[in-house]
Design a binder for this molecule. Structure first.
Ligand code: SF4
Length: 245
């Protein structure tokens, strides 16, 4: 929706992120209007039978303004086509702001901390680290109240240099709160500060997928129970392949 991020031209930009690269390359629009998105969703449903929709954007300041815009996009899309919709945003300062999404008819939400290894997070995604776990936790808990368990997720990116236990501990902590830990391997994006870094070792991913999927099973969560979004799609992660129960 919004192809710009308030952190892009600052030292707080997330080092793995390429949000404005496609904009600089002229491959997209800075802002997609609710109407454009609704028309596109309708067309995609008619022609490609899409079953759910993911809406992403950069960070907006203040968060209230971003949430109002995104909620309007959700409302317009839902008016045109009846499919589950997923939104990804940073956790607002006041978690109650998330209620606007519920009113708009949103189905699932991603509030992405990326890593529970706070030293790594401070180096790779300083703005997210500055929020601290408390702000994420309060947003996750409010979101689970609004959308239900398994319908709220966070990315956990493996391969940023974090301690492996931080991912397993995170999955336990999140699962108990009803938040789906969406484990993904780091993939370097050309043009970003981490373009020359390598993805994590496949054996390390195998170990993590097994651990995290076991924890999800214990918590009664699975990708297929998610109504919309990255967890349901699963193209960026093999986690769903380990959910055999
Ligand atoms: S906050 Fe989101 S959009 Fe902004 S730099 Fe970080 S990952 Fe990219």
């Amino acid at each position: 929706m919004i192809q710009k991020c308030v952190y892009w031209n600052s030292k707080n930009r997330c080092k793995f992120c390429g949000i404005e690269l496609s904009l600089q390359a002229g491959a997209t629009l800075a802002l997609k209007t609710p109407r454009q998105l609704a028309e596109t969703a309708k067309k995609a449903r008619e022609t490609n039978k899409i079953k759910h929709l993911v809406l992403t954007n950069g960070a907006v300041n203040p968060s209230r303004r971003g949430i109002a815009y995104i909620a309007d996009c959700v409302r317009q899309i839902k008016k045109q086509v009846n499919i589950p919709v997923h939104v990804q945003i940073e956790p607002p300062e006041d978690a109650a702001e998330l209620e606007e999404f519920k009113d708009a008819g949103l189905d699932t939400i991603g509030l992405h901390i990326e890593s529970f290894d706070m030293d790594i997070l401070a180096r790779i995604a300083p703005a997210k680290a500055a929020f601290g776990l408390k702000r994420y936790e309060s947003a996750w808990r409010k979101a689970v109240q609004l959308f239900g368990p398994n319908q709220v997720s966070t990315f956990l990116i493996a391969g940023l240099g974090e301690r492996m236990e931080s991912i397993v501990d995170a999955a336990r902590f999140l699962g108990q709160a009803g938040v789906y830990p969406f484990l993904v391997p780091f993939r370097p994006i050309p043009g970003t500060a981490m373009a020359d870094k390598t993805p994590p070792d496949p054996d390390a991913m195998l170990f993590l997928y097994e651990k995290v999927s076991d924890i999800n099973q214990q918590n009664g969560m699975s990708s297929r129970q998610s109504r919309a979004g990255c967890v349901r799609c699963g193209a960026c992660s093999a986690l769903a392949e380990f959910e055999k129960w």
